[in-house]
Design a protein around this ligand. Sequence first.
Ligand SMILES: *Cc1c(COP(=O)(O)O)cnc(C)c1O
Length: 410
Amino acid sequence: MDTWTKLIEESKLEIKDIMYANKQIGQFNFNKVLNAFVAHKVTDTDLSGTSGYGYDDLGRDKLEDIYADVFKAEDAIVRSQIISGTHAISLVLLTLLESGDELLYITGEPYDTLDKVIGESKSDFGTLAYNGVAMNTIDLQDDTFDKARILASIKENTKIIAIQRSRGYSIRKSVTIAEIRDVIADIREVHPDVIIFVDNCYGEFVETEEPIEAGADIIAGSLIKNPGGGLAKMGGYVVGNRDLIEKVSYRLTVPGIGKEMGASLNELHAMYQGFFLAPHVVIEALNGAVLTSHVLEKVNVKSDPKFDAPRTDLIQSIMFNSAEEMIGFAQSIQQASPVNSLFTPVPDEIPGYTSPVIMAAGTFVQGASLELSADGPIRPPYRLYLQGGLTFEHVVYALEHALCNHLKDA
Ligand SMILES: *Cc1c(COP(=O)(O)O)cnc(C)c1O
């Protein structure tokens, strides 16, 4: 056995209890999902889809009921017509916030792609700013919610309080379900009617509970991340209180039609099977992240979170000493991909980012980050964000390849 294989094998043994505990989470969540399939009496005809207007799409409606059940909510929209996570989140914000309302983000600056949705001024067509919605953000304090500031900042016109569960590509910590429950309880004591929204991207099935159970009113996410289980080819979901979901459905389609139309074409099969697989695949990726963290610590590469830290999402950030090292590591991940392994990713300008960004993703579904992928802006402290892995074996393979290529002298 060469050095890196041996190192990884040792790590696997050293983290076996953590991996086992994560498997237990996977079993719990799998039971939740399968119970919902059984309770809703899924049949093979539900998988076949509709065309045209999509009236009486029983399979589509049933899948939405299953999502609502699993996430413990009243209602859900799960559609391939929702093109991305950003679209799902924006549907919530652009629907529920009206002129004069304020959106208060209590996990710091939201995910990059939302900047363009929030907008800066009245002249940015279609944005929240254009609609006359004010925006305020409160950073985490000592890695958790800054409760005193949050409570002091809620105003008469604060309509939605938004929480981003995962750190996304920022340096802050991700917020756990326990922390979310705690802050929501405090907010509700003083402001029972404020709408609490959670951006659940990357968080689904990492813990045994989801944000609605912690008191949120409405949540959103992407099907090419966790809940699509690696099989869904596109789509997003919004899950929450019935009155809110109805309004969101009126924006997704049109008032009066809402969820009643929208052909599912041939997508339902993958959406159902992907949701069935999701609790398992998420734990494969999660254990891959834990292993990566443990191995990197042994070779003195800084990475975050620590292998034994509580987790609520799939992201592992890795810090390099130089742009060259960071780029090399990302390129190794690409070389260890099932698709496009022959391509070499290079840093490039991306709208909305101030530094060039490198993206390694040899995925079956374009941009699907439940599949193993790595990306980050090329600037100090040279953080690469590694996430996903449909199988634990893939993460092991890629990690070994990357160590062998680029950390020879570590
Ligand atoms: C990925 C992500 C989004 C945006 O989803 P896209 O599908 O890339 O548009 C938003 N928030 C968080 C936390 C994410 O991880």
